[in-house]
Design a protein around this ligand. Structure first.
Ligand code: HEC
Ligand code: HEC
Length: 287
């Protein structure tokens, strides 16, 4: 079964060289390999509780959701698609299995899943949390469409309630101000990044000129905010930055484009992170 397999044999160092980033990414996409190796995090992310997550939330992701009982391992589970078959940020680690055929995530994998899943919810606000809206039927207030199907008919569903409890109980600092992400900074320093070419001859605009990398800064800006590609105050939860960041540096597993930043210390990455954190630079760009 695909979801039980692991493909950790690829040499990570191929992936480090920017020039080979594209090839490496293609290989990663083909075999669903992940080479992410973050340092261990604390037991909270954005005020959300890790223990509650591991015990109550994470099991929902590998539970089979077929129409037939008893559940068959072939029935769809979130994890079947959300390991490598989608390009969404909801990208879980591949499951491990033991000799009895039971599937599980190690604590370290769970922590990585937790960090990522935390970025898909708005602490304290279940009704504004992508994770809770995507599988919820549209009639009940969910999104219009989810390729993976709708699993919850109403917010009274026990799973939905469990998720809502986790999100509502987030112990975040109330009134923590959301930084004001500056359009002038964007226009002067960030948007030009989309058009600047790196050693591999690629600019974001080569592939994304119909999306966020528009020639008109206002159109780019509208696209980015409309799709929620940035999360003000949280650079490492922002798709715009995490997609092209190398997985070894904490970036998303899959990007069919380039890996532009090999480390979060890259000055360009730092500049973009400053922008997302609400820095204002006036007319002079930091780099
Ligand atoms: C059959 C494959 C499949 C299954 C099973 C599946 N999904 Fe998805 N899911 C997708 C695809 C493809 C997308 C991206 C396109 C879309 O939104 O429909 C997606 C998108 C999402 C998103 C949006 C991510 C974002 O960044 O906005 C969330 C959240 C999500 N799914 C949650 C779930 C949950 C929770 C489950 C299990 C209850 C689940 N999915 C089961 C295929 C699946
Ligand atoms: C060679 C083409 C190519 C280049 C260059 C490229 N990308 Fe991509 N990018 C893609 C493709 C294809 C996808 C969709 C599939 C995926 O997510 O990997 C994508 C997806 C994305 C997404 C996810 C969009 C979403 O709605 O979730 C973001 C964000 C992104 N790219 C940012 C960038 C940035 C920033 C750059 C420049 C530093 C860049 N990309 C350069 C091809 C490219």
């Amino acid at each position: 079964m695909i979801m039980g397999m692991r493909w950790n044999f690829l040499p990570n160092n191929i992936c480090r060289a920017g020039v080979y980033g594209l090839i490496c990414t293609a290989v990663l996409v083909t075999v669903g390999c992940s080479s992410q190796d973050n340092e261990t995090q604390g037991s909270q992310s954005r005020g959300l509780d890790f223990e509650f997550y591991r015990e109550n939330i994470e099991p929902l992701f590998f539970q089979s959701r077929g129409d037939f009982l008893p559940p068959d391992p072939g029935d769809p589970a979130c994890v079947m698609c959300h390991t490598w078959q989608t390009s969404t940020p909801f990208m879980l680690a591949s499951l491990e299995d033991n000799e009895n055929g039971d599937v599980y995530w190690t604590e370290e994998q769970s922590r990585r899943n937790f960090e990522m899943v935390s970025g898909l919810v708005t602490p304290g606000d279940p009704d504004n949390s992508r994770l809770l809206l995507q599988p919820l039927s549209a009639e009940a207030g969910g999104t219009p469409m989810h390729t993976g199907g709708k699993y919850w008919d109403s917010k009274n569903n026990a799973e939905w309630q469990m998720l809502a409890e986790w999100v509502s109980n987030a112990d975040f600092v109330e009134n923590e101000p959301v930084p004001d992400v500056d359009f002038e900074f964007f226009r002067a320093c960030v948007q030009p990044v989309f058009f600047s070419v790196t050693v591999d001859g690629m600019a974001c605009a080569n592939c994304h000129n119909a999306e966020f990398a528009r020639a008109d800064p206002e159109e780019s800006w509208d696209y980015i905010s409309g799709l929620g590609l940035i999360d003000p105050g949280y650079p490492t939860q922002s798709r715009l930055l995490m997609h092209p960041l190398h997985p070894d540096a904490g970036g998303d597993y899959v990007h069919n484009g380039v890996r532009r930043w090999l480390s979060q210390d890259d000055p360009e990455f730092q500049m973009l992170a400053g922008w997302i954190n609400g820095e204002h630079v006036g007319a002079s760009c930091p780099i």
